[in-house]
Design a binder for this molecule. Structure first.
Ligand SMILES: NC(=O)c1ccc[n+]([C@@H]2O[C@H](COP(=O)([O-])OP(=O)(O)OC[C@H]3O[C@@H](n4cnc5c(N)ncnc54)[C@H](OP(=O)(O)O)[C@@H]3O)[C@@H](O)[C@H]2O)c1
Length: 331
């Protein structure tokens, strides 16, 4: 375990997780090719750097990400890790009526097989249709599934602040996964406080705005056709908020350049992660990585000094000047 890696609790799961976790979408698909040995290298690099929390989903690579994570944590020592997966995006069509007891148990069976665990640590509803959050029957089935030993706890991955607030009011929701980064500040207003008051963990996703906040991208950058940063730029395949946080590409490039010029510790990507870690109420931040070196650098954000008061002000100004009009009222 890394000396510099802080751990924070997921109270309703009864486990602590590293404040920097590892997002595992890249290990499946939608980001272009990631070979098996690269994928395993990313998991190993993260674990060696002190990461104990992996976030995957049953649809990432149609189960490939789950299988790679399952194989890795069982090889390394299962008890050292908390694995969160997601279910619900296999629903076809993706409508509330698909969230039946049969389907939820079938999706859960498949994840248990992929992850090689009889009892999953944490299962998140994967951005379900909004009415699902208000459907008591769905949460009663999830409670039954916990009682059956299919999973230790459940949570939700949400698109909007309103969905997060609805989910936080549910008695047994252990975690809310939400987009939170320098270009997506709305969760700071109500969600983080409500979650902290209720004892609900916050898992911050898309922390680098799909890599934008590393400052590596410019007007001429191209992405592979099978990378969502090429094919979902306008929300063609799924919620556009998942791609560059929903910020128009050219605006994002401009914001990232301004962001990179603020602050001096570590790299811009590390400062972007450190800012999230510093927000009261955040449990863990889950950057994705397409190379092992990125996983190491991202874990290193936990060792950076806290974001300074000057940086906090400059980031807020950047958001108000360039970003707020594009995202604030939408999610
Ligand atoms: N609906 C949902 O529940 C949902 C949706 C989205 C994501 N997630 C979860 O959240 C995780 C994180 O979000 P994300 O992966 O979409 O976006 P992200 O973490 O904001 O961006 C990941 C990308 O940033 C770049 N990157 C990572 N580390 C870097 C570093 N140290 N320096 C420079 N560039 C770096 C890489 O781009 P390159 O590939 O170009 O190198 C990487 O693919 C996912 O992996 C997934 O587990 C969940």
């Amino acid at each position: 375990m890394s000396a510099s890696m802080e751990h924070r609790p997921i109270p309703r799961l009864g486990r602590d997780v590293s404040v920097v976790g590892q997002g595992c979408w890249q290990l499946g698909a939608d980001w272009g090719e990631v070979a098996d040995d690269t994928a395993t290298g990313i998991l190993a690099a993260a674990a060696d750097a002190g990461v104990t929390f992996f976030d995957t989903a049953d649809v990432y690579g149609d189960g490939r990400s789950e299988r790679l994570v399952g194989e890795f944590v069982h090889d390394r020592g299962r008890e050292g890790f908390v694995v969160a997966t997601k279910m619900g995006r296999r629903a076809d069509p993706h409508v509330p009526e698909q969230f039946t007891a049969d389907n939820l148990r079938r999706w859960n069976d498949r994840s248990r097989e992929n992850l090689r665990d009889d009892t999953l640590d944490l299962v998140q509803l994967h951005c379900p249709p909004t009415p699902v959050y208000s459907t008591d029957a769905v949460f009663e089935i999830l409670d039954e599934m916990v009682a059956e030993g299919r999973m230790r706890a459940y949570g939700v991955s949400v698109e909007t602040v309103d969905e997060a607030l609805t989910a936080i009011r549910r008695e047994h929701v252990a975690s809310v996964q939400i987009i939170l980064n320098v270009l997506r500040r709305k969760p700071l207003e109500q969600v983080l406080g409500a979650a902290a008051d209720a004892g609900v963990a916050i898992i911050a996703r898309v922390p680098l705005a799909s890599g934008m906040l590393s400052g590596r991208f410019g007007a001429d950058t191209t992405f592979a056709p099978d990378d969502h940063r090429a094919f979902n730029r306008h929300g063609e395949a799924f919620d556009v908020g998942e791609t560059f946080s929903g910020v128009p590409y050219d605006v994002g490039v401009q914001a990232a350049q301004r962001f990179a010029a603020i602050g001096s510790h570590g790299t811009p990507a590390q400062r972007a992660l450190r800012w999230i870690i510093d927000q009261p109420g955040v449990t863990t931040v889950i950057p994705g990585a397409s190379r092992p070196e990125q996983a190491v650098a991202n874990a290193g954000a936990a060792a950076l000094p806290p974001t300074s008061a000057e940086e906090l002000i400059a980031y807020e100004r950047l958001y108000d000047d360039l970003i707020r009009e594009h995202v604030h009222d939408r999610w």
